[in-house]
Write a protein that binds this ligand. Sequence first.
Ligand code: HEC
Length: 372
Amino acid sequence: MIRFLSCLGLITITAHCIWADDSLRARNDAIIVRALERMDNYDYSQDAHVQQAISRHLGRHEGTAEYVALARRFRPADMQEKLTALIFSDVGDSIKVDAAGLLGDAENGPQTIRQLLKSESQDQAAETARVLALLGNGRAISILGDVARDGERPYQVRRHAVAGLARNRNGEKVLIQLAESKELTADTRLLAGGLLARSGDKNIRELAGKLLPQPQQKNRQPLEPIDKLAQRRGDAAAGMQLFRGTATCANCHIVDGFGKEVGPNLSEIGGKLSREAMLTSILDPSAGISHNYENYVVLTDAGQVIVGLKMSETPNEILIRTAEAVDHKIPLNEIEQIKKSEKSIMPDDLHLTFDQKGLLDIVEYMTKLKSK
Ligand code: HEC
């Protein structure tokens, strides 16, 4: 009681003084804040001077670990905005994680976080996912689970959600469940499987092996997981040779005028896809078939099966382009059956035509393909 009264006295006296000198005022504000921190029940909500002292003190600590601790205690009105700024600043991860934790606890905080994950800036959305992954509490895991199954989000954002889930015992289970229910977006299957294959939990490793199998090399050795491969570098010149030669990529992709046009032109792919996404495109092509490249299987009256991309369609005929870049015009009245295939026209065993080094070389080559 005595301490309470003396603090109260101190606050009242110091808060009402007019300080000519800024550093003195700062010190005074700090004294008020420290005194308040020691008192649980003192209601300062009506005291404008105290409020201003707190607000100035918070302002002086913006962007620091101290700010988060103060905000946790005083819950300033603009806290969400400031914590968000902290998450996107270049402070260390411990502070970011602390800020994200507090943001999640705030009223409407979880909605704010979900908004950040949908932020127009892909980098900011991805950074939010990364920080949530480091936070790893129940709320973060549940939000990341939602991101991992939402195919509308950019790959960069979902991959951080997947990586974060894999870092956490409960998160691992969420990933297994998403894989089982086929809700995990297809282009992160390879990443998720590679991460879970390294789980500390044998049960998880086994389930992952069944649900999210990893590709083998041509020598039957497993490939390194793609998050690891994405950190390695290759030889771009050797990659170009493979691309144009034995790997057959140029049979379907044009780069700088060279090659055939079955799949998309890859002349600027280095500016579009991360290494990890390139690896996924090669190792699991069916995971991310874009709308323009849906593969069809056509059975004609004459019993011929033609497999390829539907390039155009008129009331009388369709144009199918095969993997060999041959166009077939097929009159509609000669079609017995036409079915959209789940599989990409891009073969899923191309990596068996080269070894792991070749894979890294091709990826290296593609990272260099940027707009000139
Ligand atoms: C038989 C044709 C074919 C071959 C051979 C082929 N691709 Fe593809 N590729 C496609 C098609 C079609 C797509 C479009 C999406 C899909 O169906 O997966 C594609 C998509 C891609 C993408 C993603 C492009 C994007 O914009 O997202 C990359 C990267 C890629 N291929 C690289 C390669 C590499 C490297 C090779 C050689 C190792 C290769 N492709 C061989 C047909 C092929």
